[in-house]
Ligand binder design. Structure first.
Ligand code: FAD
Length: 401
């Protein structure tokens, strides 16, 4: 069934769209879902690096970066690019996600020129990054972190433990938060570092999840020496720098994901509803199903508009939180409906291609995966608090020092 997906921007460069379309037809690996199902870690890493290099060759790997660093695509063109990639069922960039979004945004906003020159080209060459913010006692209350960094001469000596670091087992570098002043008020004593993961004293242990995957890791830091030149922003100003990283995690990354939902997930859902069951009936013929689809389509279009406006600028203090919160909720409703309509088949086909995100093609796994989005970068409860306090100016939640 063909689904007419509304445009969310007024300008659609037909020539650019047709070039991307042609490129996708030629370059999207047609069999990636099969080869990435049950693949080993090495196969996954090789595949992701090759796909990234292929996109880079076309200028499509980091469209959101400034032109001088290899990006420079307008928001309209980025939207077209993401739409076409989704429509051609291209694999997602799962492995370099933190590198091209979180690390790059942080370096661009708060890094030194030398740090940018060192790392941005390396990221384009395939350097992989992870994010070491959370600790066993510091998740939502990130300012409670206790990993310490003590300056001795030209280095900081770091000790502590991080947890839930996505992809850290494959990472070359880490965005690390550590406490440099134990006596300062909680948020004022934190510094932000770039950590080379091959430094002696760094021990990465993957965490086995209930699904059998190991998406994230613990990182143990034992007398790890970080050169003072790897400090991002001034000492003890890491909380402010971390807001740049979190802003990217909550906002910028959603443009692609929202278009994926509109041009990948939603058409799949409509397809599923249009398929005849064993009795010859189609779910779509039930007006309640049609109503639900119409409501979801409206929500997805709203989400895409929100993301496009956010990325185009004019951001309010809580806009990134609004975008992230809304994306995770719409995603849950879409995948939940897919699991419901997919029936027994959706419950029993439980293989997930490694290079997919939530869009594995299995609605139950995708529904479970959709819950992930309500946690990283700040849980939905935390986003609501930010929206209430910073966006709506409601009274602040009582906090510690
Ligand atoms: C898929 C995934 C990937 C992740 N990747 C990374 C990564 O790469 N790097 C990294 O550093 N971390 C990562 N995380 C960790 C993530 O950032 C934390 O899990 C998150 O910040 C929540 O912290 P917590 O798990 O300690 O939960 P807690 O802070 O203990 O929260 C538990 C519950 O209490 C609620 N709660 C807590 N405080 C408040 C409050 N003040 N008001 C209302 N409700 C509250 C929370 O919303 C939540 O529902 C990832 C997590 C997931 C799920």
């Amino acid at each position: 069934m063909t689904v007419a997906i509304p445009a969310v921007r007024s300008r659609d460069d037909a020539e650019f769209r047709s070039a991307v379309r042609e490129w996708c037809r030629e370059h999207v690996p047609p069999d990636w879902r099969t080869t990435q199902s049950g693949a080993s870690d090495t196969t996954f890493v090789d595949f992701q690096k090759n796909w990234f290099a292929t996109l880079r060759g076309a200028g499509y790997a980091v469209p959101h970066w400034p032109a001088e660093w290899g990006g420079g695509m307008s928001v309209d063109d980025q939207i077209v690019l993401y739409q076409e990639l989704a429509a051609h069922d291209a694999p997602r960039l799962v492995l370099p996600f933190v590198s091209i979004h979180h690390a790059a945004s942080t370096l661009l906003a708060a890094g030194t020129e030398e740090q940018r020159r060192r790392h941005l080209p390396a990221i384009l060459d395939g350097q992989i990054w992870c994010q070491g913010f959370s600790e066993p006692g510091a998740g939502s209350d990130m300012a409670a972190l206790t990993t310490s960094a003590r300056r001795t001469g030209d280095v900081y000596v770091v000790n502590g433990q991080k947890v839930w670091a996505s992809g850290a087992m494959h990472a070359d570098w880490c965005l690390l938060l550590a406490r440099t002043d134990p006596n300062a008020p909680k948020r004022q004593g934190i510094s932000y570092f770039l950590l080379d993961m091959s430094t002696p004293g760094v021990d990465v242990r993957p965490i086995r999840q209930a699904t059998g995957e190991s998406h994230f890791c613990e990182i143990f830091l034992d007398d790890v020496e970080i050169p003072a030149t790897a400090l991002v922003g001034p000492e003890n100003d890491g909380w402010r720098v971390a807001q740049e990283t979190l802003g990217a995690e909550r906002g910028m990354t959603m443009l692609e994901l929202a278009e994926r939902l509109g041009h990948g997930g939603f058409p799949w859902l409509v397809d599923l509803c249009a398929r005849s069951g064993p009795d010859g009936e189609r779910p779509l013929d039930d007006p309640r199903v049609a109503d639900r689809l119409a409501a979801l389509e409206t929500e997805i279009t709203g989400l895409r508009l929100l993301c496009a406006d956010f990325v185009a600028g004019g951001r309010g203090p809580a806009d990134a939180s609004v975008v992230k919160l809304y994306y995770s909720e719409v995603l849950q409703r879409v995948t939940d409906f897919g699991a419901e309509i997919g029936g027994l088949d959706a419950q029993t086909r439980l293989r997930k291609p490694l290079s997919s995100g939530w869009e594995s093609g299995n609605w139950v796994l995708d529904f479970i995966g959709s819950w992930e989005w309500t946690i990283p970068g700040g849980t939905s409860e935390i986003q609501r608090t930010i929206i209430g306090e910073r966006g709506l100016g409601l009274p602040r939640e009582p906090k510690g020092s």
